[in-house]
Design a protein around this ligand. Structure first.
Ligand code: PLP
Length: 366
């Protein structure tokens, strides 16, 4: 049977060496390994070390393991905000980040931008009691990516406010300087091409001292994964609970391989493949990029709108017949959009095959 190539936005295509590392992990009996012992500590150290190199993270940042990106939304808010957070909202994922704050009974300040665009920090005025600014670098529901210069502007304008950036559907493709932000998080089933079930939360000392201050006021940080508790364990390369040991092992292996290629080369290839896909989308009479402003077009999750919703099913069926899977639109855009992942797991040849298939699709009978 011919294998399908998954251009779905998450879970997505496995990284090309994932199968080999999975087999090796089973051979080495990694899933039976105790998470209290030197063998696990060295897996943690290996994965964290390679992530630090790949993302160009200073030593002062902590690298912590969670279960998912969704968990990270809750953790950062619960650990680092006492009263009020500010959210840049430009689609469904950034909206859910804000909704998480509401569910935790925090006051939320929303800065909203229409779907397919990004909030413009230049025009942002913040009430000065927002303790944290939450931003979604790549809004997976609409395919809008925040320009790096906006993150630099936010940092400059709000120096005393924590800046937390959701990089779930972009990492390892990051164009901004990570030292400008206090916290970042992602999960592994998107840009790392791995099975789901592991989240990575990166924080600096500012986040930790905010959490400690909150704790000293006898406010709750939750119990399962409070930031001070996670960090206490992480300092000895351990986790509070039995973690996804297999996932941590695989992430270390993939990050190590990505470092052999280098983050700069990964960025370059991502941009080249995105250019091929956007060109195909522009060249197809029945498709157009959903994000109109080029500066906001995502390089990692591309969203195309269909001229006619009646083409949606025939197109998805045609791509499936070619062993190519893309994602439908998100939420209300389900039948109006297709979403295409462009992660390091997608080779240039696979991307060209998808571009050719988009161009070859002829709507036969609608
Ligand atoms: C997928 C996604 C999430 C949620 O991550 P999970 O690992 O599925 O919980 C959060 N934010 C963005 C931008 C995403 O694309």
């Amino acid at each position: 049977m011919r294998k399908t190539t998954f251009f779905t936005v998450g879970p997505s295509e496995l990284y090309f060496t994932a199968e080999m590392h999975l087999k090796e992990a089973l051979r080495r009996q990694i899933p039976s390994m105790s998470h209290r012992g030197t063998a696990f500590q060295s897996l943690y150290r290996h994965a964290a070390g390679h992530l630090r190199e790949l993302l160009n993270l200073p030593e002062s940042y902590y690298i912590l393991f969670l279960s998912s990106g969704t968990e990270a939304w809750e953790r950062i808010l619960q650990s680092c905000v006492e009263k009020r957070s500010c959210h840049l909202v430009n689609g469904a994922f950034s909206k859910r980040f804000a909704h998480t704050a509401k569910e935790l009974c925090l006051e939320t300040e929303l800065i909203e931008a229409p779907d397919g665009s990004c909030c413009e920090p230049k025009s942002m005025l913040l009430s000065n009691d927002s303790e944290l600014i939450a931003l979604t670098y790549n809004e997976t529901s609409t395919g809008a990516m925040q320009p790096a210069s906006d993150i630099a502007d936010l940092r400059k304008a709000f120096q005393d406010t924590l800046l937390a950036v959701d990089v779930v559907s972009a990492t390892p493709y990051l164009t901004f300087d990570v030292e400008q932000v206090d916290s970042l998080f992602f999960s592994v089933q998107k840009g790392f091409g791995l099975p789901a079930g592991l989240g990575v939360w990166i924080v600096n000392e500012r986040c930790l001292s905010k959490a400690v201050k909150k704790q000293e006021k006898e406010m709750s940080l939750g119990s399962y994964h409070s930031l001070p508790g996670l960090i206490e364990k992480a300092e000895g390369y351990e986790t509070p609970e039995t973690p996804n040991v297999l996932g941590i092992y695989l992430l270390g292996k993939i990050a190590e391989e990505m470092n052999l290629k280098g983050a700069a080369q990964i960025r370059k290839e991502t941009e080249q493949k995105a250019a091929i896909l956007y060109q195909a989308i522009e060249d197809c009479a029945y498709l157009a990029p959903f994000v109109k402003e080029k500066k906001w077009r995502s390089k990692t999750t591309l969203v195309a709108e269909l001229q006619d919703v009646a083409y949606h099913k025939p197109l998805m069926d045609y791509l499936s017949s070619q062993h190519l899977e893309v994602s439908s639109g998100y939420g209300k855009y389900k039948d109006q959009h297709i979403r295409i992942a462009n992660f390091p797991a997608h080779s240039k040849e696979q991307v060209e095959r998808l571009a050719d298939a988009l161009l070859a699709f002829k709507k036969v009978e609608v």
